[in-house]
Design a protein around this ligand. Structure first.
Ligand code: NAD
Length: 312
């Protein structure tokens, strides 16, 4: 829904992106802070119409919400997941096509470099040059730190860190080779961190460590890719009601002798300033910004979206 706001010249600079601003009379431009004249259209978020994005792990949960939001913003989107979730991918592809955008699915395990290469190739072939990679796929596991096996540790890092590296690297190489990015239209690498990437949580030790690693890798990409006109940022959700949190909640409840749902409710009510469990759309709202022209001057950041559990 488009909201119309009538503003005076004094309030122009405080307008949010995403709002269409209607100035009194027939005004078509306004003065910027450096005295230049800019068109009124500059005040609303520029469309991402015709750009192409990959969202990994997007058959469900946060990834699905991100894919749908990017499509609503104008992106064509490639949906990715593992083969067990192929049906879910097809549903999201159909939903995006019904919005009038192009979409395709590419089954790939992000832990495997050659499969991620294929994922990028399928996207370029089906949709066109790649502008944005959202490395969202991830796994969690609830286990006391002293019970973790080597396999537990390796698997967690394989998906959440090596997977992200595979996606960032292959996407960046493609963007550079295609020459579609430039100083005023950077390519975007966006990764999934978490609030536990700022303060680790008990029984989520190896998961937490991977989300700290996402922040570190994202900063490194921001530094090395700036010269190639590619930005890198991450999003850090709190407690989002997806199948991942169902798993965490059930695992913690079992270890602590609580009822299913209790841990999530307790954390939401005692620790979340805004007093509710997050929904996937809270996260996709932030990723929409990170994937848009409005964030072109933002890089190396991990932005929290948690209703106020962790303050930075
Ligand atoms: N749910 C939360 O509260 C929360 C909080 C902070 C961060 N996150 C992060 O957000 C991201 C999405 O989480 P979610 O809650 O939607 O989880 P989810 O389990 O609902 O979805 C994750 C998706 O990733 C896919 N996936 C797993 N391994 C993969 C692989 N090797 N290759 C390709 N796809 C793979 C899964 O099949 C699944 O569809 C994850 O990185 C997660 O760590 C979630």
């Amino acid at each position: 829904m488009t909201r119309n706001v009538v503003v005076t010249a004094r309030t122009v600079s405080r307008q949010h992106s995403g709002l269409r601003v209607v100035l009194p009379g027939s005004r078509t431009s306004f003065s910027t802070s450096n005295g230049a004249l800019a068109p009124v259209s500059y005040l609303s978020r520029k469309s991402s119409e015709g750009k192409n994005a990959i969202v990994t792990g997007s058959s469900q949960g946060i990834g699905k919400a991100i894919a749908l939001r990017l499509a609503a913003d104008g992106y064509n989107v490639c949906i990715n997941d593992i083969s067990a979730n192929a049906k879910g991918c097809a549903v999201v592809v159909d939903e995006i096509k019904s919005m009038g955008r192009k979409s395709c699915s590419a089954i790939a395990d992000v832990t495997k470099r050659d499969e991620v290469q294929q994922l990028v190739q399928i996207t370029v072939r089906e949709l066109g040059p790649l502008h944005t990679m959202v490395a969202n796929a991830g796994i969690a596991q609830v286990k006391p730190v002293l019970d973790l096996t080597e396999e537990d540790f390796q698997r967690m890092f394989a998906v959440n860190v090596f997977g992200l590296q595979n996606c960032y690297a292959e996407a960046a190489k493609q963007m550079i080779a295609d020459g579609v990015v430039g100083p005023d239209h950077p390519g975007k690498l966006i990764g999934a961190s978490s609030i536990v990437g700022f303060r680790s949580m008990e029984m989520l030790s190896h998961y937490s460590a991977t989300k700290w690693a996402v922040r570190g890798l994202t900063q490194a990409y921001a530094l090395e890719m700036a010269g190639h006109h590619i930005t890198a940022n991450a999003y850090a959700p709190g407690i989002v009601g997806t199948s991942m949190w169902d798993l965490i909640d059930a695992g913690m409840a079992k270890k602590k002798g609580h009822k299913k749902g209790d841990v999530m409710r307790k954390l939401a009510h005692e620790r979340t300033t805004l007093g509710r469990v997050s929904v996937a759309e809270d996260v996709s709202n932030l990723v929409s910004f990170l994937a848009s022209r409005d964030s072109d001057f933002v890089t190396g950041q991990t932005q929290i979206v948690d209703g106020g559990i962790v303050f930075t």
